[in-house]
Write a protein that binds this ligand. Structure first.
Ligand code: ADP
Length: 456
């Protein structure tokens, strides 16, 4: 891709520079610029990246793509050996450039979305795909309209790409999929994350299914135990290529003989007559589902079952999701403070319930973005605590009082306490926890419960 291609596709103006310059590496952060990078000045909430164009060039960028700046004759002269492209809107330009870059590659592109488990599933699937193909994947959870196009711009001699797509509103996945043009889509589940914006679970399903809009030949892998995905499958299987995985509902690939252990699980992935023994290096039934999706994707991409096994058993979790640590006094801390939706809370509580320990302690906080469903879903978390015989529940946060209420409603003897703030929880934990206790810490990321974990 040359500067002149970019100028053409973005309807931009070459203010100074070399239109034949080859653009291979892109950056949006002047602090991370490598020599020769093409800097794209994205307008964020607090800063406008275009303001930093000189800094970018001074730090080694070969070219900058910016918006809304007057470049003076003196500046043109001072940067005569560099390239400056002015566009109307840098975000839209980024999307155009990423779409073009994608069009240069005829490779499998697996796109993952869902209410929960996107990042975990993306990491497992990428680990399987890379066993056979040189694979580019979304780093961390850069799954929005900036992270996704920048991920695509990282394509070099890759033979496959595994990317994550996130959304808060209708229309967002539509935009991402038209840029990324997946050849295979995966939906992990339809839950209640962001239901505050979307209004109903049916709308969440609709928003996730937008992933099909960018696909030349729609081909999708779904969790068939999810009620809404299952219903959708039943009504659409005759006109779309849908592949299924599950534990309960009859699916193409199913997990049998599941053995959930504390920090890993084993199961047999069964498809027709073929049986593959799988080990997932993270505990919890939800990770059996995530692994199953990787088995199915691997098989669709013609990856041998041994390589699929290896890819799954060697995958590593992105940090801050279910980090398990031994504390000095011999207690175990499960730091799952990165985010929380109702489904993830439930999965983590069930995991805690099965953890071998003296006492099981849940430190829970608010789940955000649930709108009018907030009270209901926090109450349900409380009920899950009571049903799973968690020994101690500690909460703080505006909405968390409903967790306590929900727990007490089902079992008025439950040991559940509301705290003023995180500090108070930490002080209590410090005196309370004993050897062989296990403590789960979980809330929406904005609650900053990782601070409790750090202190512990
Ligand atoms: P996302 O990227 O969709 O936010 P993550 O993979 O980051 O999802 O996981 C978020 C939380 O959900 C973590 O607590 C994780 O343990 C839990 N989780 C992961 N996979 C699943 C799943 N399939 N079902 C329910 N919860 C899950």
């Amino acid at each position: 891709m040359k500067v002149k291609d970019i100028v053409q596709m973005t309807n931009g103006e070459l203010v100074v520079g070399n239109e034949d310059l080859i653009c291979s590496d892109f950056s949006r952060d002047t602090r991370e610029i490598q020599k020769g990078d093409i800097y794209i000045g994205i307008k964020g909430e607090r800063f406008d990246g275009s303001d930093f164009w000189k800094e970018a060039l001074d730090n080694g960028a070969g070219a900058v793509i910016i918006q809304g700046k007057e470049i003076t004759p003196e500046e043109k002269e001072a940067y005569a050996d560099k390239t400056i492209v002015m566009v109307e809107n840098t975000l839209q330009a980024l999307h155009k450039i990423a779409e073009y870059k994608r069009s240069l590659y005829n490779i499998p592109v697996v796109a993952i979305t869902g209410s929960v488990g996107k990042t975990s599933t993306k990491d497992i699937i990428a680990n399987v795909v890379k066993m056979k193909y040189k694979t580019l994947k979304t780093e961390g959870n850069r799954n929005n309209n900036i992270g996704l196009p920048f991920t695509i711009l990282g394509l070099k001699d890759h033979e496959a790409m595994v990317i994550e797509m996130g959304m808060n509103h209708l229309g967002e996945i539509d935009l991402l999929t038209r840029i990324a043009k997946p050849t295979l889509a995966v939906i992990t589940n339809i839950g209640t994350s962001h239901i505050g914006n979307l209004g109903s679970r049916e709308n969440i399903l609709k928003a996730k299914l937008e992933i099909l809009n960018g696909m030349e030949e729609p081909k999708i892998v779904i969790n068939n135990d999810n009620d809404l995905l299952h219903n959708w499958y039943e009504t659409n299987k005759s006109n779309i290529e849908i592949h299924t995985y599950g534990i309960q509902n009859r699916s193409e690939v199913m997990a049998k003989e599941i053995n959930l252990k504390q920090e890993s699980s084993t199961f047999i992935a069964e498809e027709k007559d073929e049986k593959t023994e799988i080990t997932v290096p993270v505990g919890g039934e939800h990770f059996v589902y995530n692994a199953l999706s990787a088995v199915k994707v691997g098989e669709i991409l013609n990856i041998d079952s041994e390589l699929i096994q290896q890819g799954i058993s060697s995958f590593e979790l992105t940090k801050k999701r279910m980090e398990i640590r031994k504390l000095e006094n011999g207690a175990t801390l499960i730091n799952d403070s990165y985010n929380a939706s109702y489904e993830a809370m439930k999965a983590s509580i069930e995991y805690l319930a099965k953890y071998e320990a003296n006492r099981r302690i849940a430190v829970l906080g608010d789940m955000f973005e649930l709108g009018e469903y907030s009270i209901d879903l926090h109450t349900k978390v409380g009920e899950d605590i009571a049903q799973n015989n968690i020994d101690i529940l500690m909460c703080t946060g505006e909405l968390s009082k409903y967790i306590i209420e929900g727990a007490k409603k089902l079992n008025n003897k439950v040991n559940a306490t509301m705290f003023k703030d995180k500090e108070e929880i930490y002080e209590k934990l410090k005196e309370e926890i004993k050897k062989d206790d296990v403590i789960l810490v979980k809330a929406s990321n904005g609650m900053k419960f990782f601070e409790i974990c750090q202190k512990l």
